[in-house]
Design a protein around this ligand. Structure first.
Ligand code: PGA
Length: 250
């Protein structure tokens, strides 16, 4: 059995004050969530505060990105060891916003994945197609290419106990959620591709769905056999909505 994971991707949102009240709300409501694992990925400057507020709770935290370098003259970057200093468990890599606004290539994302793992962090690898790619019928080809970049660099064992987030770019922040059937189809494709190399790695791999997941569509999505939770953007900024999704995942 794969334990469902619901991870909040706060992106570049919030203030010290809003972080405190959001986490307060989540902690107060978490009692109803029994089996799903919860995590939040705040902007990096808030990680120390999140660590302070979540230490000793069942909620994990992580970064939204990391550098492939370990230290040095890389202005603006955050290293894996810095995330470790603040007890991060997870780190998102290859989010479509990083791929498009920061031109991150599949190879760079694969390197970030490898660096995160080597540091003992659990990378959440984001993959997914744009609307044009879906309409051109190339969805599987795109996600296969993004997935294979990691497998080619590190071998299939890189995905052992791994986390992938399938996030169709056209569904992110648009309110246009993939239907549970559309999402399941791609999730099954991803798992099948991994299974072709290792059945046991495929079995243990958590594949989250991301893209306008909300409390009212989470149950149906996460109810699909290959959907093991969600990576949540907008709805993770409101305690009630985030908890609604966590309860659905439960
Ligand atoms: P969304 O974002 O839930 O706001 O669509 C998801 C994501 O980008 O991870």
């Amino acid at each position: 059995m794969r334990r469902p994971l619901v991870a909040g991707n706060w992106k570049m949102n919030g203030s010290l004050e809003s972080v405190r009240s959001l986490l307060d709300g989540i902690k107060r409501g978490i009692g109803d969530v029994k089996s799903a694992e919860l995590a939040v990925c705040p902007p990096c400057v808030f990680i120390p505060e999140v660590q302070k507020l979540l230490s000793g709770s069942d909620i994990a935290w992580g970064g939204q990105d990391l550098s492939t370098e370990s230290s040095g003259a890389f202005t603006g970057e955050i290293s894996a060891s810095m995330l470790n200093d603040f007890a991060c468990k997870y780190v998102i890599v290859g989010h479509s916003e990083r791929r498009s606004y920061h031109a991150e290539s599949d190879q760079q994302v694969a390197s970030k994945y490898a660096v995160a793992r080597a540091a003992g962090l659990i990378p959440i690898l984001c993959i997914g197609e744009t609307l044009e790619e879906r309409e051109a019928g190339t969805t599987n080809e795109i996600v296969a290419r993004q997935l294979d970049a990691v497998i080619d660099l590190e071998g299939i064992d890189a995905l052992a106990n791994g986390v992938i987030a399938y996030e169709p770019v056209w569904a992110i922040g648009t309110g246009m959620t993939a239907t549970p059937e559309q999402a399941q189809e791609v999730h099954a494709f991803i798992r099948g591709r991994v299974a072709a190399k290792s059945g046991s790695v495929a079995q243990g791999l958590r594949i989250l769905y991301g893209g306008s997941m909300k409390p009212d569509n989470a149950r149906e999505l996460i109810g699909k056999p290959d959907i093991d939770g969600g990576l949540i953007g907008g709805a993770s900024l409101k305690a009630e909505d985030f908890l609604g999704i966590c309860t659905a995942a439960d």
